[in-house]
Design a protein around this ligand. Structure first.
Ligand SMILES: Cc1cc2nc3c(=O)[nH]c(=O)nc-3n(C[C@H](O)[C@H](O)[C@H](O)COP(=O)(O)OP(=O)(O)OC[C@H]3O[C@@H](n4cnc5c(N)ncnc54)[C@H](O)[C@@H]3O)c2cc1C
Length: 415
């Protein structure tokens, strides 16, 4: 089969790119070894964030650093045997997230952030899943005054970038979310942020819309990609697919393919877990709550309350070690009356992360007709649709809505 574009990877990022290309009249085959939206885009917290202006970096205060080093903090876990492997990457993250780095990150990420929600809502409307979206914002809650003070950078940047937020004292918090236990010092409501009730359903709906526009989804191994003359060819269960252009959107698996084309990016995989819970005595949450100082999020989902953890540094393919979940269960129960666990075992996901915390969106350096769209870290569910739009605009030769310079792959050089 011959087509215009092959998109490799059917997470939120690849599916959105495929849909955006199909909307522009391109014939597209979307390839994944699994179904649409069944990896990282399946189990996230479902938050479409407007205010993610500060990269998730390494703390600069010694007490927190010490807790991290001793593996005591529930917000971060690491496999000790993995530390030597990840240390150079952590150092790059440390360097990239000094004051100047945070400023540069905020400026770049805001160019995506300001269009992320409208672009999601536009795709959701065409895909018939607008009812999945909640416009109640989300709340970052703080147990201590010092915890709140540590977010001063975020609040200053948000003010400067014109992003609305509202400080809540304990009484205002109780009025907003009456079932939270009275253990909090303050909260900050971010009303522009939206959330979905079932991330997988949204990704799959975008995939169905893509197919309704004439796009094809095929199962296959992206690593079978090869160059035959001026054409890209990939093997799928439906046979060989050939196209002049390919988009790599394999999330945390992107390097598995790119290594073969002498491209390799400094990826870390930030693993994270989720578990669903019931609620005791009919308790309710109306919006996601981030317990900032403990590094987890509770989101009301179609299946129950989804607790998503912070970061685990471990080999991407190592067996799950949901230690953080175990640490967090009593902490979360101290914040909200969680009921029984609803999943037979925790879900494990893998955030694809680059050391400057920005994604790569643009052409592959030195590889003709290959485009890259991956590395969205903590914000890939948010940024899939806008990234997909940008890559589709670039491929079709339209002016891009956003300047792609900060997202160019060249910032990491070529092997
Ligand atoms: C616990 C947790 C909570 C999160 N919460 C949020 C949130 O609230 N908001 C937010 O914006 N982001 C959140 N994220 C991040 C977000 O989920 C990711 O950034 C995003 O899902 C990445 O999307 P993707 O399409 O790049 O990758 P994926 O969804 O992982 O898609 C990559 C696809 O590539 C396919 N693939 C891999 N190898 C091959 C191969 N060889 N051949 C064929 N196919 C292959 C996989 O099957 C997969 O479908 C969270 C992540 C985690 C882990």
């Amino acid at each position: 089969m011959t087509t215009d574009v092959i998109v490799l990877g059917a997470g939120m990022v690849g599916t959105s790119a495929a849909l955006q290309l199909a909307e522009r009249g391109r014939r597209v085959t979307l390839v994944d070894r699994r179904g649409i939206g069944e990896e990282t885009s399946f189990g996230n917290a479902g938050v479409i964030e407007r205010e993610g202006l500060v990269p998730v970096g390494i703390p600069r205060d010694l007490v927190r650093l010490f807790r991290y080093a001793l593996n005591l903090a529930p917000e971060v876990n690491y496999h000790p045997s993995f530390l030597p492997k990840i240390a150079p990457w952590l150092w790059r993250l440390f360097e990239a997230t000094d004051r100047a780095g945070i400023e540069a990150y905020a400026r770049a990420i805001d160019t995506l952030g300001r269009f992320a929600i409208p672009e999601h809502r536009r795709l959701a409307a065409t895909a018939g899943v607008s009812d999945q979206f909640r416009e109640t914002g989300w709340v970052r809650v703080y147990r201590t005054a010092s915890g709140l003070a540590r977010d001063a950078d975020l609040h200053e940047l948000a003010t400067r970038f014109g992003i609305e937020y509202r400080r809540l004292d304990p009484e205002a918090l109780r009025a907003l979310e009456p079932d939270l236990k009275p253990v909090l010092h303050a909260g900050v409501l971010w009303p522009e942020t939206q959330t979905v009730a079932w991330p997988e359903a949204v990704t799959k709906a975008y995939g169905e819309r893509f197919q309704a526009l004439g796009g094809t989804f095929a199962r296959g191994d992206a690593r079978s990609l090869r160059r035959v003359g001026e054409t890209w060819v990939v093997s799928t269960e439906a046979g060989e697919v050939a196209a002049p252009t390919v988009v790599v959107a394999l999330g945390p698996w992107s390097n598995d393919l790119l290594d073969r084309f002498r491209l390799s990016f400094p990826f870390a995989v930030k693993r994270g877990y989720h578990m669903h819970f019931g609620a005791l005595r009919g308790a309710r949450l109306s919006r996601p709550i981030v317990d900032v100082e403990r590094g987890y999020c509770l989101t009301p989902m179609a299946r129950g309350l989804r607790l998503t953890t912070g970061v685990e540094f471990a080999d991407r393919d190592a067996d799950p070690t949901p230690r953080q979940l175990e640490q967090l269960k009593p902490i979360a129960r101290g914040l909200f009356p969680l009921g029984a666990e609803l999943d037979p075992e925790p879900w494990l996901g893998r955030r694809p992360a680059l050391p400057d915390a920005l994604p790569i969106i643009g052409p592959a350096p030195g590889v003709p007709d290959m485009w890259l769209d991956f590395g969205h870290g903590h914000l890939g569910f948010t940024q899939g649709p806008i990234s997909g739009r940008l890559i589709a605009e670039a491929i079709t030769g339209e002016p891009t809505l956003v300047d792609l310079t900060p997202f160019r792959a060249e910032r990491f050089g070529r092997r």
